[in-house]
Design a protein around this ligand. Structure first.
Ligand code: F3S
Length: 278
């Protein structure tokens, strides 16, 4: 079986850094927990739990020990709560996310109403919004952009993983909503690169396997994009591959979301390569 990996796939810089931070802070002499799952991948979360790094959903659940902030980042109230409780802190906020947070804060401090272009319920967007303060809102679609009133001073930032194309389309509408606009294009290229590579490969193969957590938005998006060009299956682990998917298939493409560990991708790759033997 011919199996081709996408030119860009798997862990991005920020996720690698977050996992390294978690592992570097492992300390069996005290409670060490990430605030929320470190990445949207159940297998990786379990591997860290096996090493003694747990999860808390809120700072209130920790009375002592060390708390690890994940790559999505958090708002200022969480830093304040960690400090107030005297907890140790390991901050794995991705530097790109930090930049988006600080850009939003700077715009707000300079008197701009801040629009964050992104998904309202994404933890990163919630954190950016908190840094921007009360004079801010989140917009995720062209329709929402059409519906806002005129704003005298408008500052725009983006969720780091937002589609560059969708960002530009929304910004084009917002350009008609103010005379004084500052646009800080805080998009990270990792997502775009993975998406472009997945689209390119899906046009060259008979079937795409997209590997990653079902709770991972960027993995799900990769699968959606590939579906437009060939038969596509989104799986979390190698055990989910089905014999009947491989009938009449000669070329398989593999990609993976930014939160998919290498070992899981490798298992899928190896099994696909030897498929004729099954
Ligand atoms: Fe950071 Fe970009 Fe990854 S913002 S967490 S490097 S997708």
């Amino acid at each position: 079986m011919e199996v081709i990996l996408a030119d860009d796939y798997g862990f991005c810089y920020g996720v690698k850094r977050a996992i390294k931070t978690a592992k570097d802070n492992k300390d069996l002499s005290k409670k060490v927990c990430t605030l929320g799952p470190i990445i949207h991948n159940p297998q990786m979360v379990k591997a860290l739990a096996d090493e003694g790094i747990g999860i808390v959903e809120s700072v209130d659940e920790m009375e002592n020990g060390k708390i690890i902030i994940r790559s999505h980042g958090v708002g200022p109230s969480i830093y304040d709560a960690i400090k107030a409780k005297g907890l140790e802190l390991a901050d794995a906020t991705c530097p790109h996310v930090k930049k988006a947070q600080m850009s939003a804060k700077t715009l707000a401090d300079e008197g701009f109403k801040v629009i964050i272009i992104g998904e309202k319920n994404h933890p990163e967007v919630k954190s950016i919004k908190e840094w921007a303060g009360k004079n801010s809102l989140v917009i995720g679609s062209q329709e929402e952009a059409e519906n806002i009133d005129f704003i005298s001073k408008l500052g725009i930032v983006a969720q780091t993983t937002f589609s560059a194309k969708a960002f530009s389309e929304i910004v084009n509408i917002l350009l008609t909503k103010s005379y004084d606009i500052r646009i800080l294009r805080t998009i990270c290229t990792a997502t775009d690169k993975r998406q472009s590579a997945a689209i390119k490969l899906s046009k060259e193969v008979d079937m795409m396997i997209v590997v990653g957590g079902r709770n991972s938005a960027n993995t799900t998006r990769l699968a959606q994009l590939c579906t437009e060009h060939c038969v596509t299956h989104h799986i979390e682990t190698v055990d989910e591959l089905h014999d009947d998917w491989f009938n009449n298939i000669k070329k398989i493409g593999i990609t993976a979301g930014a939160s998919t560990p290498d070992w899981i991708i490798k298992e899928v790759y190896e099994k696909c390569k030897t498929w004729q033997a099954y």
